[in-house]
Design a protein around this ligand. Structure first.
Ligand code: ZN
Length: 280
């Protein structure tokens, strides 16, 4: 897999917003469409080349409104030329039947969870039929999936989609570590996940996301193993240190760029990011 190309430039993905309600302790999280475009533009200038997007209703609850997704995408295409636009089809607080509604706007990518898992307070439900339906819609609209792996079995969920002809044999896979009640952030687990990925999806590109205080350490583990991309952003983590909040998504992207350099690699340009992840 691409992990052997350890001199390849690294894609920095920024998850700008997420689903967790904006509280007094995370005021930097962008919520309105205008805030999201501005925050992403700053992150783009700091080196991010992939933006993972959730949108919110006016009361800040998670939204599936396809027109809001389209508005963010339009702003990014204007202000962040070449940046990879990735819509979330994730579930927290959203009607399962509505999770794919934004795909008709043909973002470059969309997240695709290939199995269910426990989250802090809910079961994150991704039934086999829902996974198949979302993958089918992504295929129909030419949207490249990012496979979200919250558990080892989710890799096999991706493999089944390859065998069914719904995704190609070179998916982009993200291991998500440190979600409470799901997979813990432990280094040896990343090795197990990578070994299994190489065995069943040998052409896959990959990245890893550490949630909360695990963000920086999971990024370092991924870079040490030749990851194609790293993931940061206020969706996953709002702190720079235990005692200091991140001022912006751009600040977290800047820290990711420093981590990339510490590992002797360089940050991908938008064109390099597209090539790395199989986008034209
Ligand atoms: Zn997300």
């Amino acid at each position: 897999m691409a992990a052997s190309r350890s001199d390849a430039p690294v894609v920095i993905a920024v998850a700008i917003t997420g689903s967790v309600p904006r509280k007094a302790d995370n005021p930097a999280v962008p919520v309105t469409v205008a805030e999201q475009i501005e925050s992403t533009h700053q992150a783009f200038e700091a080196g991010a080349t992939l933006c993972h997007i959730h949108v919110r209703n006016d009361d800040e609850s998670p939204s599936s409104d396809p027109e809001k997704f389209a508005a963010v995408q339009e702003g990014l295409r204007t202000h962040c030329p070449g940046m990879i636009v990735q819509f979330s089809t994730g579930g927290r607080g959203r009607d399962p039947a509505a999770r794919g509604l934004s795909l008709k706007h043909r973002p470059d990518m969309a997240s695709l969870s290939t199995g269910s898992v426990n989250f802090p307070t809910i079961v994150y439900e991704n039934s086999a039929s829902l996974v198949t339906d979302l993958a089918s819609q992504m295929k129909r609209y030419g949207v490249r999936p990012e496979i979200e792996v919250f558990d080892l079995s989710h890799l096999h969920g991706a493999k089944r989609l390859v065998e069914a002809g719904l995704i190609d044999a070179r998916p982009h896979v993200q291991f998500v570590m440190g979600v409470q009640n799901a997979m813990p952030a432990e280094e040896h687990l990343l090795d197990i996940l990578l070994a299994e990925t190489r065995r069943i999806l040998p052409e896959a590109t990959w990245t890893a996301a550490g949630i909360g205080r695990n963000q920086a350490v999971v990024m370092a583990w991924a870079l040490a193993r030749g990851a194609d991309a790293v993931r940061t952003g206020l969706e996953d983590n709002i702190r720079v240190t235990k005692d200091r909040l991140a001022a912006s998504n751009a600040e977290l992207v800047g820290l990711a760029a420093e981590a990339v350099a510490r590992h002797g690699r360089r940050v991908a340009t938008p064109a390099e990011a597209r090539a790395a992840l199989g986008l034209t």
